[in-house]
Design a protein around this ligand. Structure first.
Ligand code: FMN
Length: 334
């Protein structure tokens, strides 16, 4: 992959600036994987220099057509998708997209997906070669492909994956994006702990033995049926639910993960799921997230991330805090 000159994203040390494993973002509002094109396509409608970061579409080793249509449907409280990781594959990404990364006026996080450890390692290595990609978000939680949640649903397999990825990432930080299904007998703290404590040999100085950040969470496995035709509304039969319906689930996952493992290990959490307003983002911050990603909201109002950032700024001041990081995990439980 051609190595790009690093675009110096120089965020002001403002009230909203946050640090994710040593990467400083100008604000904690991030555009979520798969909902904003491959890279910078949203720049026409939302000024990317005013968001904290953008996550690329999930990239796999080989190109994928994805699932048959319909693969997105609206539901009463959000949307369901079964895109099936449609993407151009890592070679085309390296050739056609990576050279543009250095010109994107915000932090770029590269999302990777795969079906085996070798798949993930190949894509992670290509992302690490692109100097301007500051972190890799490992999607172990896609519910729309066969095997898409395997690593995310098995703490031992996840540890092994993180151990294999750690040495490949000489520079880019390693973020792990988990599934919301770990909310019952398989507790999110166990899956997050497996990623954080993977026990890898760090490749360079200042690297950890496991994940640098935990992203919570991907879409929730779900299904909708057209009662007139009696057919599933998605060609894939099932899909992933996102939007307002999943927001309270994500708040609990963040709260549980922060208290059980993230806080003590100093691992930042990126909260994802149904952030449409600044209040939704503030809830994530209070539950323990250091930053938030927005996906479904972009389909409703592509400029909503800017409104969320503005609302957060007013909120932080009203709370009497000097910076948003003071409010991370600040929910009052007594
Ligand atoms: C149409 C669509 C495509 C998505 N594609 C990806 C993807 O490629 N990789 C990924 O990690 N998550 C993907 N997601 C999940 C989102 O990044 C996010 O985790 C999820 O939608 C929950 O956030 P939200 O409620 O703000 O949308 C996708 C979501 C949607 C709606």
């Amino acid at each position: 992959m051609p190595s790009a000159t690093l675009f110096i994203v120089n965020p002001p040390a403002g009230i909203l600036s946050v640090s994710l494993a040593g990467i400083t973002l100008r604000n904690p509002v991030i555009l979520a994987a798969g909902t904003c094109g491959y890279l910078d396509e949203m720049n026409d409608v939302v000024d990317l220099s005013r968001v904290g970061a953008v996550v690329t579409k999930s990239i796999t080793r080989l190109p994928r057509d994805g699932n048959a249509t319909w693969r997105i449907v609206e539901t009463r409280c959000g949307m369901m998708n079964a895109i099936g990781l449609a993407n151009i594959g890592v070679d085309a990404f390296a050739r056609d997209i990576a050279p543009r990364v250095a010109r994107v006026p915000t932090t770029v996080i590269g999302s990777i997906a795969g079906f085996s450890i070798d798949d993930y390692v190949a894509v992670a290595a290509a992302m690490d070669d692109c100097d301007a990609i500051q972190a890799v978000e490992v999607n172990v939680s896609c519910p729309n492909v066969h095997g898409g949640t395997e690593f995310g649903a098995d703490p031992r397999a996840l540890s092994e994956l993180v151990r294999s990825l750690r040495p490949v990432l000489s520079r880019a930080r390693l973020f792990v994006k988990l599934s919301p299904i770990a909310n019952g007998p398989l507790a999110i703290k166990d899956v997050a702990k497996a990623a954080i404590d993977a026990g890898a040999q760090p490749a360079g100085p200042n690297q950890r033995p496991g994940a640098d950040a935990i992203c919570l969470a991907n879409t929730m496995p779900a299904m909708a049926i057209d009662v007139h035709t009696r057919r599933p509304r998605l060609a894939n039969i099932t899909g992933g639910l996102s939007g307002p319906a999943v927001h309270p689930i994500a708040v609990k996952l963040i709260h549980d993960c922060y208290r059980a493992v993230a806080k003590d290990s100093g691992t930042p959490i990126i909260g994802i799921g149904g952030v449409l307003s600044w209040e939704d983002a503030a809830e994530f911050i209070l539950a323990g997230a250091s930053a938030v990603e927005m996906g479904t909201s972009l389909f409703v109002d592509p400029r909503s991330p800017l409104k969320v950032a503005a609302g957060l700024e007013t909120w932080v001041r009203a709370q009497g805090a000097t910076g948003i990081t003071e409010l991370v995990g600040g929910v009052k439980l007594e």
